[in-house]
Design a protein around this ligand. Structure first.
Ligand code: MG
Length: 173
């Protein structure tokens, strides 16, 4: 069984993952409106990945005999002044999520809950990738600057991103 404190912490993380999903869905719809369909596609896939993260945590809490409690999802921004602005917000958001996962890991350690620690290892590695991807897009957008053709080419490139379930842990099977 999860300790009540850890169960609360996992439920808070489930909410944070759904909030992330909501944020990226908001970015997707914003860039769809702006005619940047490839950028919108990238954020739409990000939205799906965040939902999968929430599902992994939900499956895990259930598998430990815990209780998943879905709380209201707070509002998100609905507009960004540039693509760079949105990716900078993405990077800083992912850095915050990394800190949340690290805190959760510390809680699992304090409770000597080795199963939780082990499950969180997947998320620790996932956050390295999330931050690296966002950072690299921020760097590229800084290089692009005001070059509309380069932005168009990046939009084409990101249109090719396809969704893959990030882990079989997201399935209910
Ligand atoms: Mg996530």
């Amino acid at each position: 069984m999860l300790t009540p404190k850890l169960q609360d912490a996992f439920n808070a993380q489930i909410n944070a993952e759904f909030w992330s999903a909501y944020l990226y869905l908001s970015m997707a719809t914003h860039f769809d409106n702006e005619g940047l369909n490839g950028i919108a596609n990238w954020f739409k896939i990000q939205f799906k990945e965040e939902q999968a993260h929430a599902e992994i945590f939900m499956n895990y809490v259930n598998s430990r005999g815990g209780r998943v409690l879905l709380a209201p999802i707070a509002g998100v921004d609905t507009t960004w002044k540039s693509v760079l602005d949105a990716f900078e917000a993405t990077l800083s958001h992912e850095q915050k999520v990394t800190a949340l996962i690290n805190n959760l890991y510390a809680e699992a350690e304090a409770a000597k809950d080795y199963a939780s620690r082990s499950r969180l290892d997947w998320f620790i590695n996932e956050q390295v990738e999330e931050e690296e991807t966002a950072r690299s897009l921020v760097d590229r957008l800084k290089l692009i600057g005001d070059d509309k053709l380069a932005l168009y080419m990046l939009d084409q490139e990101l249109a090719a991103r396809v969704y893959n379930v990030p882990s079989p842990l997201a399935n209910n099977a």
